[in-house]
Structures are given as structure tokens and as C-alpha cells.
Design a protein around this ligand. Structure first.
Ligand code: PEP
Length: 248
């Protein structure tokens, strides 16, 4: 059971979905949810971020450039995201790693940019099915974390969040069991403790991978699961709010 007093965080990742109408629907739906203990953030496609500008919804981006400005067609810098009110930015989502060949090192560079801009990176890690089946999950995740902790001084990581997202569970309807997820989360927390004990107590660890209203509570009840990164279910206001309530 999760008896720790870390705040909870539920982040919605709309991926390449949504519209201005959906943004309006979420602005009114989320205005009815308030909690002292759960922070909620929505990460819509970048083109929709400004649709939330006049609302109380906390927004994040789904990716950012590692560069500050200049000749990088199609990319967005951290200062642009900050200018449009983003407080969070997902980095290293498995779909970015897969579609755009993002390496562990590049993900770490992006996370540092986000931190330097005063925003919170949601740093994703997690293994493909082949690694789960071969039993090397912790080695795989350790390498992903090593890149982050090598590139970024631990003193800067207080504002970072880590999301464990087993790739075989993303968008597949196959969720890691609460025990499987907790096992990796406990490993991640122990990894952080070896770098900095205080940070290991305070850092939020999210689980992502087919979280739905009917499995969220059991996942969030685990000691080292502090909330979720939600894909498909973050596109339906009722489902998303039910998941936020499960974290409450
Ligand atoms: C995600 O987009 O990070 C995700 C976990 O998606 P889903 O909840 O649909 O599995």
C-alpha cells in the first residue's frame, strides 16, 4: 500500500490526437476536478497548447528540441514551450525513441534543457517485450537511467519526474500487473537512492501503459507508484477524470 506523502501526478498524453473542440471539452471537464493531493497535467499536440492558454489547465509538451534556436525545421525550443505556458515536457517517450531514433543520451540532453528552463521533464523509460521475456528489464532500464544521471547533475533533478512505461503495455490494453510495475518502480527508486537519498524519497515515479479507470486504483496503491502517464484514456474526459480520482 502507498503510505508515502509524496504528491500524486496524473499526466495525459494525447499523442497525435485531439482538436480545439476536445481542448474546450477538457477545459470545462477539468474545472470540476480539484484536489489537494493530485496534480493533473495535459500534454496535447504542440499546435493545441495555446488552446489552454486562458484556462486553469496545466499543460505540458510531448517533446522538445535539444537546441535553443535556429536551423532546426519543425522543432520547438524550451523557451517557446515556456512562452506558451508549458510547465511540463515529456522526453524520451518510446514512440519518439522508435519513430525518431532518439537515443538515451539525446533524451538526457532534452531533459536537461527542460530543467534549465524551469520546467519539469517527464523522463520516460521502459523495456520492449523481447527484453521483458528475456528477463533483462532492470539492466535495460538501468542503462536508460544511467544516461540521465551521467548527463545531469543530481542537484538539478529535484524537479524531474520519471515515467516507467513498459513498451508492450503502451496502447495495447495489456497492463503490467500492479506487482510487476511496483517491482520496477522499487528498482528505480533504489537506483536513485544510490545517487541521492533525499531525491529518492521525493521524486515522483509514474506508471504508464494502458492505465484505465478500472485498473488505476490498484496500480496507484503501490508504494512506489505516484501516479500515471495516460495515453488512450486521456482522450476521454470521463475516463481521465476517473483516473485522476483514483490517484486522489
Ligand atoms: C502513453 O502514451 O504514454 C501511454 C501509456 O499510452 P496508453 O495509456 O494508451 O497505453
Amino acid at each position: 500500500m502507498n503510505t508515502v506523502t509524496r504528491k500524486r501526478l496524473v499526466a495525459g498524453n494525447w499523442k497525435m490526437n485531439g482538436s480545439r473542440n476536445l481542448a474546450s471539452e477538457f477545459i470545462s471537464a477539468l474545472s470540476a476536478f480539484s484536489s489537494e493531493t493530485v496534480d493533473v497535467v495535459l500534454c496535447p499536440p504542440a499546435i493545441l497548447i495555446s488552446s489552454f492558454e486562458q484556462s486553469d489547465v496545466i499543460v505540458g509538451a510531448q517533446d522538445v528540441s535539444q537546441f535553443d534556436s535556429g536551423a532546426h525545421t519543425g522543432d520547438l525550443s524550451v523557451s517557446m514551450l515556456a512562452d506558451f505556458g508549458c510547465k511540463f515536457c515529456i522526453v524520451g517517450h518510446s514512440e519518439r525513441r522508435e519513430d525518431h531514433g532518439e537515443s538515451n543520451e539525446l533524451v538526457a540532453e532534452k531533459a536537461l534543457k527542460v530543467l534549465e528552463a524551469g520546467m519539469t521533464p517527464i523522463i520516460c523509460c521502459g523495456e520492449p517485450l523481447s527484453v521483458r521475456e528475456s528477463g533483462d528489464v532492470k539492466d535495460f532500464v538501468r542503462k536508460q537511467l544511467d544516461a540521465v544521471f551521467t548527463h545531469i547533475d543530481v542537484s538539478l533533478l529535484g524537479n524531474a519526474v520519471i515515467a516507467y512505461e513498459p513498451i508492450w503495455a503502451i496502447g495495447t490494453g495489456k497492463t503490467a500487473s500492479p506487482e510487476e510495475a511496483q517491482d520496477v518502480h522499487a528498482f528505480i527508486r533504489q537506483y536513485i537512492a544510490e545517487k541521492d537519498s533525499d531525491l529518492s524519497h521525493s521524486m515522483l515515479l509514474l506508471y504508464g501503459g494502458s492505465v484505465k479507470p478500472d485498473n488505476a486504483e490498484a496500480l496507484f496503491a503501490k508504494q512506489d507508484i505516484d501516479g500515471g502517464l495516460i495515453g488512450g484514456a486521456s482522450l476521454k474526459a470521463n475516463d481521465f477524470i476517473a483516473i485522476c480520482q483514483a490517484a486522489n
